[in-house]
Design a binder for this molecule. Structure first.
Ligand code: NAD
Ligand code: IPM
Ligand code: MN
Length: 371
């Protein structure tokens, strides 16, 4: 039997509560004799790591992340750490993980489960059957470009600068991921940038056009300005299949897409590195798109589905357990069909449950599906 190593980094706030529900599923899979086993390690990240060690992620935790087959990440941040030195803010731990593991490809699928078609803030007919894949570049752009600083000028005024920076190679590799995914989906890629304002947008458009040549005519490429993309997502989201975009636009567009699925608490993600030329193994981190939700943290109110579905993505992309990943998705769909809802997706006539009851219900359905 294969043993997969998994590093759990629950982090802060609701990250701790939703990762606990993934541990429930790991225990379920480990108890089944005919499936692969998971060897689990844990560590701190974010504010929790800062409180214990004075940094948002330790070198030891980074070492574990480098060695693990995959990392499951909860969420980081919160008002408690609002005044820690900038380089030690909780979010810096997540950014270091992404950068040092070179996790350049962030897959954020926005899927509207049938039972939640009325939970979205958009009309049912706009979101019913929605299945979009946002491919966000994750290790470049304005998140990491230098200089990145606040300087005090001679006249005492301050000047802040962030640098949006992309190379051909960075754009090529994320665009290829998008086209390869589209080939297995509906053969359509929208590339969102702002070439009308930004030099990085001009290069982005050129490179995606070049990369597209080896995928045409099977896969269609549409260039779209990022602001128009944001509007079109609200106007008619089902026109999209795969959207490929830079780090910052991808951050914003994916939160927007989340609301089409009913809640930010529904959106999972996978952050993948390049396949190792010898082993084919990709470094990978899986996390919900949402944050630590300080407003509801510690109360058992969080929706764990985004984190559970992120574990489903780990089964699919890191552990070659596509069948089990499908079962996790089916279990989630069944729980929603039965009317169980956390507060964020609550609808009239449904049964309101907390984080752990939602996790238990997913496990129960998974058990029923696998007997
Ligand atoms: P957030 O995603 O934490 O919360 C936004 C809103 O959505 C809140 O009202 C929250 O209650 C709700 N929400 C989010 N996830 C939910 C869930 N699973 N179930 C039910 N409701 C949910 O974003 P924010 O408030 O802008 O940020 C809070 C902190 O989280 C900040 O410190 C931010 O930097 C951090 N953050 C971390 C990550 C991450 O770790 N990957 C992602 C986003 C934000
Ligand atoms: C996300 C988050 C992160 C980002 C923060 C916490 C650094 O918002 O994963 O979407 O901006 O990438
Ligand atoms: Mn975000």
């Amino acid at each position: 039997m294969t043993t997969h190593s998994l590093l759990l980094l629950p982090g802060d706030g609701i990250g701790v509560e939703t990762i606990a529900e993934v541990e429930r599923l790991i225990a379920f899979f480990n108890a089944k004799s005919n499936t692969a086993r998971f060897h689990v390690e844990r560590d701190l990240v974010g504010g929790a790591a800062y409180d214990a060690h004075g940094v948002a992620v330790t070198d030891e935790a980074m070492d574990k992340a480098q060695k693990a087959d995959a990392v499951m990440f909860g969420a980081v941040g919160g008002p408690k750490w609002a005044s820690v030195p900038y380089q030690h803010r909780p979010e810096a731990g997540l950014l270091r993980l992404r950068k040092d593991l070179d996790l350049f490809a962030n897959l954020r699928p926005a899927i509207c489960y049938p039972a939640l078609a009325d939970a979205s803030s958009l009309k049912r007919e706009l979101v019913e059957g929605l299945d979009i894949m946002i491919v966000r570049e994750l290790t470049g752009g304005v998140y990491f470009g230098e200089p990145k600083e606040i300087v005090t000028l001679e006249n005492g005024e301050k000047r802040a600068v962030d640098t949006q920076l992309y190379t051909t190679h960075e754009i090529e590799r994320i665009t290829k991921v998008a086209f390869d995914l589209a080939k297995k989906r509906r053969n359509l890629v929208h590339s969102a940038e702002k070439h009308n304002v930004m030099r990085t947008g001009v290069l982005w458009k050129q490179v995606t056009t070049d990369v597209h040549k080896s995928y045409a005519p099977d896969v269609k490429l549409e260039h779209i300005l990022a602001d128009n993309c944001a509007m079109q997502l609200i106007r008619n989201p089902k026109q999209f299949d795969v959207i490929v975009t830079d780090n910052l636009f991808g951050d914003v567009l994916s939160d927007e897409a989340a609301m089409m699925t009913g809640s930010l608490g529904m959106l999972p993600s996978a952050s993948l590195g390049a396949p190792d030329p010898k082993t084919g193994r990709r470094k990978a981190l899986y996390e919900p798109v949402h944050g630590s939700a300080p407003d509801i943290a510690g109360q058992g109110l969080a929706n764990p589905i985004a984190t559970i579905a992120s574990f489903g993505m780990a089964l699919r992309y890191s552990f070659d357990m596509g069948k089990e990943a499908d079962l996790v998705d089916q279990a989630i769909a069944r729980v929603l069909d039965k009317g169980l809802r956390t507060g964020d997706i609550m609808q009239p006539g449904m049964t309101k449950v907390g984080t752990s009851d939602m996790g238990k219900a997913v496990e129960t359905e998974l058990r029923a599906l696998t007997v």
